[in-house]
Design a binder for this molecule. Structure first.
Ligand code: RET
Length: 350
């Protein structure tokens, strides 16, 4: 990667990175303390934290990522992007309705891909990836960092994981998870051993390829922080705060670190000659359009799913609904907005 495409460092991006690391480390200390004091946080309180983190804090950033990606793109590209987005989201909903267990597996996969893929690009733009020299090694990094989000809680909080997985599947088929839950005593140790092997391979391979510029050390420290965070903080709180406090904050840091490419399209905010009032009005328009589009997808999903808020408890049911819904909109986010978008992409690093 050419360093000339990185902005002159003004230190803001490293402050944001430090804030995200401090946030997760602080939560580890808090929940380790609660654990030592034998204080258990009720699931309904965890659900409230999850909903605050995922709906109020994380969702607006997801919308912003699309805006930043499409802001200066050609109109035809924007059209193809939206069409591809709706197609993939629709395919996911179809899968979830026909085979909810496979839909749950895809939702888990999307969370892993978004966390791991996003993190790899942040590394490239900030602390560096000189120790990740091949594609397989970068994929391993995605699996190690993103895998922490789901593999560690499967091992550390199996009962909560099971409860919510069953709730999500029951949005379509109330007894759906029953058919596979007898395998969990086998899959849990497999996930534990498999994920431990991925992390050790990622750290070991990176260590062998380290160049002395500190990139491996930063990666190893952050990977260890992620594993510790998901092992200590109860899963519903952990996932609900990981996306806003780690994923989103670090994407802000990536964006501050890189130069915007000139894509030749008309600027959605009016360009450099627009006056502040005009920019504000256009930003408001974009915000409203984004909010309406997201709400339309949510209402469509709600209408299609037989039991959108499953189970007797409203808050737990809302966590289940939001987890599947956000995965439905995050699948095209990752695939259309990043993997297939070669021009810029939501995780743009020149
Ligand atoms: C399975 C499972 C969960 C799944 C959460 C998912 C699938 C979240 C996806 C988030 C995404 C894709 C965010 C994007 O910004 C919970 C609720 C943590 C509880 C434990 C069991």
């Amino acid at each position: 990667m050419s360093v000339t495409h990185l902005r002159e460092s003004v230190g803001v991006e490293s402050t944001v990175l430090t804030a995200s690391r401090a946030a997760l480390a602080g939560l580890v200390v808090l929940f380790a303390g609660l654990h030592l004091a034998a204080v258990e946080v009720p699931l309904t309180a965890q659900a409230a934290v999850y909903l605050l983190g995922m709906v109020a804090l994380n969702l607006p950033h997801g919308g912003y990522e699309h805006f930043a990606n499409l802001r200066r793109r050609a109109t035809t590209f924007r059209g193809t992007y939206v069409a591809g987005y709706l197609l993939l989201a629709g395919a996911f909903v179809g899968l979830f309705l026909l085979a909810p267990v496979a839909g749950l597996a895809l939702a888990i996969g999307v969370a892993v891909l978004k966390g791991g893929g996003g993190d790899l690009h942040v590394l490239r733009a900030t602390t560096g990836t000189s120790h990740l020299r091949s594609r397989p090694q970068r994929l391993l990094a995605v699996a190690a960092r993103g895998g922490a989000v789901m593999a560690v809680p499967i091992v550390a909080f199996p009962n909560t994981f099971h409860t919510f997985s069953a709730l999500m599947v029951s949005m379509v088929d109330p007894a759906g998870l029953g058919g596979v839950s007898s395998y969990f005593s086998v899959t849990r140790p497999l996930v534990a051993v498999g994920y431990a092997a991925v992390v050790l391979a990622h750290l070991g391979w990176g260590f062998r390829n380290r160049t002395g510029d500190g990139a491996w050390g930063a990666d190893a420290a952050e990977t260890t922080l992620l594993v510790t965070y998901f092992a200590v903080v109860p899963v519903v709180v952990a996932v609900g705060l990981y996306f806003p406090l780690w994923y989103s904050l670090r994407q802000v840091s990536r964006e501050l670190a890189v130069e915007e490419p000139d894509l030749g399209g008309a600027d959605l905010l009016g360009g450099p000659d627009a006056d502040a009032g005009g920019v504000a009005l256009r930003a408001w328009g974009v915000l409203v359009a984004g909010a309406m589009a997201t709400a339309a997808v949510a209402v469509a999903f709600w209408t299609l799913v037989p039991s959108p808020i499953p189970g007797p408890n409203l808050r737990l049911g809302l966590v289940a609904f939001w987890s599947v819904f956000i995965s439905v909109v995050a699948l095209p986010h990752v695939v259309v907005g990043s993997v297939l978008d070669r021009g810029r992409g939501i995780w743009h690093v020149p």
